[in-house]
Design a protein around this ligand. Structure first.
Ligand code: MIC
Ligand code: SF4
Length: 653
């Protein structure tokens, strides 16, 4: 039978379950990655599993998120992760070496292999034909220990690319177009597989921009074939031996096909506050809207190719006096090559503020815009408040649009060659600058026993949940609408991110973007006699965005027992289950009105929850006012066992 590329890789990795669409399947994982903001918890969980050495082909721990060291916390966490890595067989990418997804693509990713990472943009490596998934820290810990990673066998959407991008139209515009077509929930339960003659015109970094931002579709993964361009890229990275040619079979059948003619695309922007709120840059430019800030970089658009284009546009010019421009290269390799080519000098001369090669402003670690400011960013998320300025208006654009607008101070279509000049041709270097001196290999057996794990005082144990009781009686502690992101649930930024290793402390910020009183209300529901804790009522696509497990761990700490929604985003739903919170869905969307119409503080009872979950039957919920509903219990057997045990770690024990 003719197979898609996704099916070939999945089928070659099935460790548990069967290849049945929509069913639960456990995959053997070849590689893992973590970053520091989710890494500390992942490694505490890995330590709790008491596995001596990782059982993967390659595991890498990156330090790229929490690099503002305004206190001891982040530095201590880096040291902790470095010591765990050394002891347990994990490569350690030191702060300064670059953003995990960019570095993994350059130095470690391999076509045809599986990768999971405790970061939602892990599918970036799909740009070289890898099947890569974002996951919660606990799932990554299990995979490091040799356990399978479970997914719902996805639907496969074929995205057929034809034609070729016009000058100054960018890979970012492709994925913004897909987001416009499919929306931020259009990819849930699906893998986006790119094919067609248009693929050949896209370089590996361009493909990686597209697969990276597939996370914003809610997709399980995104993947490109591995072809001659992939081989050249790997060869230039000194890794030609890692290359395998891979593509879908002729006649492979996709569940759905979306066709995009690259030659018809134009520069696009995702407008506040959602990556699928798309307008054309030409339309925005017509209104002459002022721009106050431009940020270039991130795991979406921090490649050498991107930054050389930016340098070309900025060369010999000055950043507009009303604009603050910052640029963060994606990796040390990119940074170094910009320096060697002289392009860094052009960036500096234009007035750009050069930042270290980390996530930086993308996760609100500095560079918050002015009050009410308009910020154009080459990043992948523009959720409310994520930049650190709640009333800022963040637009997601291509590096070309960003650079052109930085010069003019207004929204500018980069196809305006009076500003951008003639489009340069990018020729990939025959050899990238190869210097892995910031990647520390693990210790080899022998020395391992002597290696001390170095824990700072900010590192507190993760909260564990208790097994499911026969019935739950809890208060409604929050009611929210559609598309709640994990940035709403557990905000990040310079003040909060350093607390990622300290769940009691970080929980004080849970949901505060939406409702400042939430932590107090949840704790009081937990403390009341006759109440088991709190329940949250939500709309559709609840928990979209980041993979941060903290969006489940903080609610566990605050006593949340269940979340009842119209639908959930994939990674967050699994994080809730992994930590023993029940994610329940309405059988009919109209039932949402019934429960969200109830007062905060109202009591809900799930009288038969344990028996119903064990049997896989609909779960009954009753309110004090007499409403009675049935909720969907659409869990795999493994998920049911986990919920009953009170989470994955309890199940392991
Ligand atoms: C993000 O882009 O939101 C992050 C920060 O990289 C997260 C991970 C985290 O919250 O630590 C992600 O994408 O998973
Ligand atoms: Fe870092 Fe931003 Fe990429 Fe997340 S999306 S990994 S914060 S650069």
């Amino acid at each position: 039978m003719a197979l898609t590329l996704t099916e070939k890789i999945i089928n070659a990795h099935i460790a548990e379950g069967k290849a049945v669409k929509g069913g639960d399947v456990g995959l053997k994982i070849d590689q893992t990655l973590t970053q520091d903001a989710t890494g500390t918890m992942a490694y505490l969980q890995f330590e709790a599993m008491q596995v001596d050495r990782v059982r993967t082909e390659r595991s890498v721990a990156y330090i790229d998120h929490n690099t503002l060291q305004s206190g001891f916390e982040n530095a201590d966490d880096h040291r902790y992760i470095g010591s765990v890595a050394k002891k347990h067989g994990i490569y350690f990418s030191r702060p300064g070496n670059g953003i995990c997804h960019q570095v993994h693509l350059e130095r470690f990713g391999k076509p045809g292999k599986t990768l999971i990472g405790s970061d939602s943009h892990t599918p970036t490596c799909g740009g070289i034909g890898m099947l890569a998934f974002g996951a919660g820290g606990l799932d990554v810990a299990v995979a490091m220990g040799g356990g399978a990673y479970h997914i719902t066998y996805p639907e496969i959407v074929g995205i057929k690319l034809t034609g070729k991008l016009n000058d100054w139209v960018s890979a970012k515009d492709i994925i913004l177009k897909v987001l416009q077509e499919l929306s931020v929930k259009g990819g849930v339960g699906k893998v986006m597989e790119y094919f067609g003659e248009g693929v050949e015109s896209l370089s590996v970094p361009e493909r990686a921009t597209v697969t990276n931002m597939g996370a914003e579709l809610g997709a399980t993964a995104s993947i490109f074939p591995s072809d001659e361009l992939t081989r050249q890229f790997l060869k230039a990275q000194g890794r030609e031996q890692d290359y395998t040619a891979l593509s879908a079979d002729d006649g492979a059948v996709y569940d759905k096909i979306l066709e995009i003619d690259l030659s018809e695309l134009e520069p696009l922007a995702a407008c506040p506050h959602s990556p699928d709120n798309i307008k054309s840059v030409s339309e925005l430019a017509k209104h002459g809207g002022e721009v106050n800030q431009v940020c270039i970089g991130s795991c979406t658009n921090g490649s050498l190719q991107d930054l050389l284009k930016v340098a070309h546009i900025l060369k010999g010019k000055t950043v507009h006096e009303n604009v603050d421009l910052s640029i963060a290269p994606g990796s040390k390799q990119v940074f170094n090559m910009l320096a060697e080519s002289g392009a860094l000098s052009d960036l500096i001369a234009s007035g750009a503020r050069i930042l270290e090669c980390t996530c930086g402003p993308c996760i609100g670690m500095g560079q918050s815009p002015i009050s009410g400011g308009v910020s154009l960013r080459t990043f992948n998320r523009n959720f409310l408040g994520r930049s650190g300025t709640k009333d800022a208006q963040v637009y997601l654009v291509s590096p070309e649009t960003a650079a052109a607008s930085a010069i003019t101070g207004v929204f500018t279509d980069p196809r305006n060659t009076d500003i951008t000049g003639k489009m340069p041709t990018y020729v990939m270097p025959e050899r990238f600058l190869l210097n892995d001196n910031m990647i520390t290999p693990p210790a080899y057996s022998g020395d391992v026993a002597e290696i001390q794990i170095l824990r700072g005082p900010n590192i507190k144990p993760f909260p564990s949940n208790s097994p499911l009781s026969d019935k739950i009686s809890a208060e409604i502690v929050l009611k929210v609408g559609d598309n709640i992101t994990t940035d709403h649930i557990m905000p990040a930024g310079a003040k909060i991110l350093p607390l990622r290793s300290n769940i009691p402390a970080i929980s004080e910020y849970c949901f505060t973007v939406v409702d400042e009183d939430f932590p107090t209300r949840a704790k009081s529901a937990k403390a009341k006699s006759g109440s088991d804790g709190g329940i949250i009522i939500g709309g559709s696509n609840y928990g979209q965005g980041s993979s941060r497990e903290h969006a489940a761990l903080a609610p566990v700490f605050l006593g949340i027992k269940a979340v009842i929604c119209k639908s959930f985003a994939r990674i967050h739903r699994q994080n809730l289950i992994n930590n023993g919170i029940i994610p329940l869905t309405f059988k009919d969307d109209s039932d949402y009105e019934k429960l969200s119409g109830l007062e905060l503080g109202g009591k809900l009872t799930l009288p038969f929850v344990k028996a119903e979950v064990s049997a896989g039957e609909d779960v009954t919920v009753k309110s004090e006012s007499g409403i009675e509903l049935k909720l969907k219990c659409d869990f795999s057997e493994r998920d049911r066992d986990m919920i009953i045990a009170g989470g994955l770690l309890n199940m392991f024990k």
